[in-house]
Design a protein around this ligand. Sequence first.
Ligand code: OGA
Ligand code: MN
Length: 295
Amino acid sequence: MKAKKLHPVFAAEVAGVDAAREPSPETVEFIERAMAEHAVVVLPGQNHVTDEQHAEFSRFFGPRETPAGVASGHRTKKYRLGRYMFDASNLDVDGSLLPADHPRRRMRAGDALWHTDSSFNPMPTKWSMLRAVAVPPEGGATEFADCRAAYDDLDEDTRNRIENLAAEHSLWTSRRRAGFEDVTEERVEGLPPVIHPLVRTIPRSGRKAFYVGAHAGRVYGLPPGEGEVLLRRLTEFATQPKYVYTHRWTVGDIVIWDNRAVLHRAGKFEGTRRHRRDMRRTTVDEFQPSWARLG
Ligand code: OGA
Ligand code: MN
């Protein structure tokens, strides 16, 4: 196993891992270390990996999340993928291309805003592991921004100002921002907002990063307008080209990213209206709540 840097400040490609097999303790350690350093790790050549193997491999890095719809009750009974797989594709349950105005497609439109996965969940989300099963001939890249490097480069006044603030995160905040209007009371009750500190120290690397993204709404301790401006400024700062790595997908890539360290967004959608883009994701938490059932 070797890590090859993909960008001056973060992101690396690691060859020699087979995600279809149970990882050895050395492999787990290698990936943990690579992730602590690079925050985005690409595992190429995983074409043969099944959903079950992908989910099993993920289990070695933390307790697995299930898609938000399970909790909020808006997930329809029919679902294309298994229990631990988030469907980031442009496909219907039967695998056909979704029309542009389909509600599921409109829900996914929020992925094009800079965000961090599952920050609307109460437990700190650790990593996402996204696998490319089918990619369009053009477009459909994913962009990542390093909020650790951006945090390090903040001026001291801003760093002091944000140190002890906390923000409210809700899936519905980002869906509204992306033009999804069907946010019912029932949906909000099913998945109510949660609070996370604005600045996090990431375990293992000990590096600090600000935790923002499209799910983040009001900032506690600041008037609403000021909070919104602060969140936007931080996001703009972190997404300057010098902190951004763009991943152009090859079928069989698994890309792992640290949701505590980076923001990401779906890139331009050329091609994805006419071509299938089949992306499947697992997500693991930093730790498990004491009241959770082991699974
Ligand atoms: C995700 C996501 C973006 C993309 O799967 O969490 O934001 O480019 N995906 O598919
Ligand atoms: Mn995402």
